[in-house]
Design a binder for this molecule. Structure first.
Ligand SMILES: Cc1ncc(COP(=O)(O)O)c(C=O)c1O
Length: 390
């Protein structure tokens, strides 16, 4: 391997939310953080160099329009996903969550219904609530750790609630599903039939371990015209702290509404350093990502075999995509507080409690496995000895 993902990097004392807020959150000082979705790996060398170059220049005035960045992004999606975008579709925002909030306000009114599929990335629910829209849930169906969509329920909920917007998570966080072409087509057709605009959050598109990822808007011209596609280099290249997302909206009427809403919040362009990092990442980061994915696949296999051998009580959802594993602890028959206490204070690992993704996640935990294998090994050993005594 050209890149060393085994290297342990001390992130404590660097204002990293994953590490530096453990004590404030009531965690033991030596807890291993496996929660928020960032990675304990350095970004590709070309990205670090681009950031240093921009910093050394030392003049940090307003950046110009991001055509060069677009070219790099264009080539990435064209070569890896066979999706050809256009410059005018691109709007850059400081993050995908910001874009989701903007889309909600731009395309719906207070009281309007927005559909999500829980358990799902928790800001989906929060954004709907804080923007005073109505949350409509069509829960995913879990059969022996494999999640699927109940299309009849999905359509019925749309009709019953006069849903205006659907927030699609693809690949799906936290259940690690990579949606098939057939599933995406079915969702898309139902949304077209009932005039539901799709906001496709595809931030995890570069982490796929089974099957392949289809950009939702690439499947059909009509889907493209009905979709806001949210992408970002932040998960792929570990750049979340730089805050840059690339949002594609082909439909001019929808794009204008989105831009108008951005104007209302006073936001105009992403920062200079983030733009340099984004460009370098998409231009030079492919081989780094390919190696990273092999490493993550190794981590996933390691967790799978560890659980099978030592903790068969835990059911792991089929890990098809994302670096987040969805673990079912319900066979232990523990109360929520008791389970949390064992994980934090005995196993000393900090994961996301499943119920934060919706009540459907009660008894589950989301584990972030984007960390050096030696640390992953330590975490699993701690987990198994904490539960060994139960
Ligand atoms: C599905 C999904 N969307 C969005 C985000 C966050 O995006 P951003 O940091 O660009 O707001 C995450 C981060 O974990 C995520 O999992």
């Amino acid at each position: 391997m050209k890149y060393n993902f085994d290297k342990l990097i001390n992130r404590r004392g660097t204002n990293a939310i994953k590490y530096d807020f453990s004590i404030r959150e009531g965690m033991p000082e030596d807890v291993i953080p496996m929660w928020v979705a960032d990675m304990d790996f350095q970004s590709p060398p070309a990205v670090i160099e681009a950031v240093i170059k921009a910093a050394r220049h030392g003049v940090f005035g307003y950046p110009s329009n991001p055509y060069k960045c677009f070219e790099a992004v264009y080539n990435w999606f064209s070569s890896r996903f066979n999706w050809n975008t256009e410059y005018e579709w691109l709007i850059q925002t400081p993050g995908v969550v910001y874009a989701l909030a903007t889309a909600i306000r731009a395309l719906t009114d207070p009281g309007d219904s927005i559909l999500i599929q829980r358990p799902v990335y928790h800001p989906f629910s929060n954004l709907i609530r804080v923007n005073k829209r109505k949350l409509v849930n069509s829960p995913l169906v879990n059969v022996n750790g494999r999640y699927s969509i109940d299309f009849d329920d999905f359509e019925a909920k749309i009709v019953e609630n006069n849903v205006k917007l659907f927030l699609l998570c693809s690949p799906h966080n936290p259940v690690s599903r990579v949606w098939s072409k057939d599933e995406l087509n079915k969702l898309g057709e139902i949304c077209l039939k009932h005039d539901v605009i799709v906001v496709a959050d595809e931030i995890h598109c570069d982490f796929v371990f089974q099957g392949r990822h289809y950009m939702f808007a690439s499947l059909k011209k009509e889907f493209l015209d009905n979709t806001i596609t949210c992408t970002a280099p932040s998960k792929t290249f570990n750049l979340a702290g730089l805050q840059a997302a690339n949002i594609f909206i082909a439909n001019k009427a929808i794009r204008d509404k989105f831009k108008e809403e951005m104007k209302r919040s006073g936001y105009s362009h992403i920062n200079l350093i983030a733009s340099a990092a984004c460009q370098a990442a998409y231009k030079y980061g492919a081989d780094w990502l390919d190696e990273l994915n092999l490493y993550l696949e190794g981590n996933i296999s390691f967790v799978k075999s560890f659980l099978t051998r030592k903790m068969p009580e835990i059911t792991l959802s089929d890990p098809q995509g994302t670096y987040l594993l969805w673990m079912d602890f319900r066979k232990y028959k523990l109360g929520e507080n008791e389970l949390e206490n064992i994980l934090i204070n005995k196993a000393k690992i900090w994961m996301n409690k499943g119920s934060m993704f919706g009540v459907e996640g009660k008894g589950y935990y989301r584990m972030n496995i984007a960390l050096p294998r030696s640390l992953l090994y330590k975490a699993l050993e701690q987990l198994s000895s904490a539960f060994g005594a139960i």
